[in-house]
Design a binder for this molecule. Structure first.
Ligand SMILES: NC(=O)c1ccc[n+]([C@@H]2O[C@H](COP(=O)([O-])OP(=O)(O)OC[C@H]3O[C@@H](n4cnc5c(N)ncnc54)[C@H](O)[C@@H]3O)[C@@H](O)[C@H]2O)c1
Length: 384
């Protein structure tokens, strides 16, 4: 009989729903040494949070975050609040001896991210773990691509191309915390480039040592306010930049919320000496592979359906071949891997901890410096 892992969730929005589903489902699909118990959910409005708890199966509802870190029954605190709250919520949880699973980006600012990394290092020495929900690592196609690169099937890597393109509907989209620089830190950049930078570093097993040639643009400066009238949008709508990896590979990254026609196109392409890989979240069950070692006459792009149990990670926990997986499975699989590590085992696919997420945050920060100062920014110095 698995022992319980009592989970508390902070936030009842988009990610609150995705994570509730993950905690609800993880022990149904995976055999694990700990049984996730949906102990408490915390939201900003008590009545709404009670309704959320009822709907998703949380045992208790509260609107007082400070209760969670002080509650001896709670083992893990899951943070799905706006970016400016990640630091306070995660650091308090770690200080209370709770494992933490925090949404990305690690924080809105590099200072917050550094404080979180340092708190996680201190907690780690006591056996407490701190993870970030870089969920796209757990698409079977992405995890499989990571394996192909690690096996050397692409040989020397030349180019890494990351794009995260969304279409948020232009100037009519109303204001929310996501358009407020004080709350979000940045716009499309922290929201979307955080994912592609993590994906690029995870799949290549490499790290970014220089950022240059960045552009940061805010096209829309005024948006409708939910309460009537309009108000300022203070974040970027698109940020692009170039990068060098430690291996010498070159990278380009692009995030936009104004990429008309692209609903959620999170794309990664890697070109190597022996082959190329290409992935797009909008076709998340497929990986495109060009194998340059095949005879010239038969060489071409192959679409691999990444739904074969035993070959493509996580698939065996879900459905038979071809019965495609979706967005929600990434979160369920991440919950499973966190439980495995917390109970002393190994994750199927490497989890991003606060050190990894801090490295990503440094890249994001460097891109904004590069854009504003029009210069290259080195990340090759010892980590600050
Ligand atoms: N991994 C992904 O694919 C992904 C996707 C979307 C968002 N995110 C990240 O998840 C986080 C949340 O985004 P979202 O889209 O769920 O936002 P959201 O606005 O839908 O939800 C935020 C929630 O936080 C709650 N909240 C705010 N202040 C609070 C407080 N002081 N105490 C308790 N609860 C509080 C709100 O009530 C709301 O329920 C952000 O960091 C975002 O970047 C990640």
């Amino acid at each position: 009989m698995p022992r319980p892992l009592n989970v508390a969730l902070i936030g009842t929005g988009f990610m609150g729903r995705a994570h509730s589903n993950a905690w609800m489902s993880v022990n149904k699909f995976f055999d694990l040494p700990l049984d996730a118990v949906m102990h408490t959910v915390c939201g900003s409005d008590l009545e709404d949070t009670r309704a959320f708890a009822e709907r998703w199966g949380w045992g208790r509802a509260t609107a007082t975050v400070s209760e969670l870190a002080a509650d001896d029954e709670i083992d893990l605190i899951d943070v799905t609040t706006p970016n400016d709250l990640h630091r306070a919520h995660a650091v308090a949880a770690l200080a209370g001896g709770k494992h933490v699973a925090c949404e990305k980006p690690l924080a809105g600012t590099l200072d917050d991210a550094r404080a979180m990394r340092d708190a996680a290092r201190t907690a780690r020495a006591r056996g407490t773990r701190a993870y970030v929900w870089f969920n796209y690592r757990r698409c079977p196609a992405v995890a499989y691509a990571h394996g192909l690169v690690a096996e050397g099937r692409l040989g020397r890597l030349y180019h890494v191309r990351g794009q995260y393109l969304q279409d948020w509907g232009g100037p009519a989209t109303p204001l929310s915390w996501r358009f407020d620089a004080a709350r979000a830190g940045s716009g499309a950049h922290g929201d979307l480039n955080a994912h592609v930078v993590d994906l690029a570093c995870f799949v290549t097993g490499d790290e970014i040592t220089e950022v240059t040639g960045a552009v940061e643009t805010r096209f829309i400066r005024e948006r409708p306010s939910p309460g009537g009238g309009t108000g300022p949008s203070t974040v970027d709508d698109c940020v692009g930049f170039l990068a060098r990896f430690r291996s010498g590979a070159v990278g380009s990254f692009e995030a936009s919320r104004l990429a008309t026609g692209h609903a959620n196109s999170n794309r990664l392409e890697i070109n190597g000496e022996l082959g190329s890989l290409s992935f797009d979240v909008e076709r998340m069950n497929e990986l495109e592979w060009f194998d340059n070692t095949v005879d010239a006459g038969r060489r071409g792009w192959t679409t691999i359906m990444c739904t074969t149990a035993g070959v493509h990670p996580y698939v065996e926990a879900y459905w038979p071949p071809g019965h495609a997986l979706g967005y929600e499975h990434q979160f369920i699989s991440q919950a499973a891997d966190m439980i495995r590590e917390i109970s002393g085992g190994s994750a199927v696919v490497a989890l991003a901890d606060f050190d990894d997420a801090y490295r990503t945050q440094r890249v994001l920060d460097a891109a904004l410096i590069s854009a504003r100062q029009r210069q290259a920014v080195s990340l090759d110095d010892p980590e600050q």
